[in-house]
Design a protein around this ligand. Structure first.
Ligand SMILES: [Zn+2]
Ligand SMILES: [Zn+2]
Length: 92
């Protein structure tokens, strides 16, 4: 169950769009709905985990998606980690 504060954050991130598409300049899919990816390494409590907005391709559908590659594989493939993308959100 998302709280009101979480929903506000998610709405803002959804408007921001896929952070990986922005980072790479590649839009895999036009108008792909933005999905929230929880970075689970912190503590494990899902609703406290930081989230990054990703398009469906980069989130879970594509071969180079975070869920296809896993945390380490993702960093190796793209050259930056989930945390790097998270930090990128802050200085937009
Ligand atoms: Zn993307
Ligand atoms: Zn995810």
């Amino acid at each position: 169950m998302a709280t009101k504060a979480e929903k506000d954050v998610y709405a803002k991130l959804a408007r921001y769009g896929c952070v990986l598409c922005k980072q790479t300049g590649i839009r895999e899919l036009e108008d792909s709905p933005t999905e929230m990816h929880h970075i689970r390494r912190y503590g494990g409590k899902r609703n406290l985990a930081p989230v990054i907005p990703l398009c469906a391709i980069h989130h879970r559908l594509g071969d180079s998606s975070i869920h296809a590659l896993g945390h380490k594989g993702f960093e190796k493939y793209w050259g930056f980690s989930e945390e790097d993308l998270l930090n990128r959100l802050d200085d937009k």
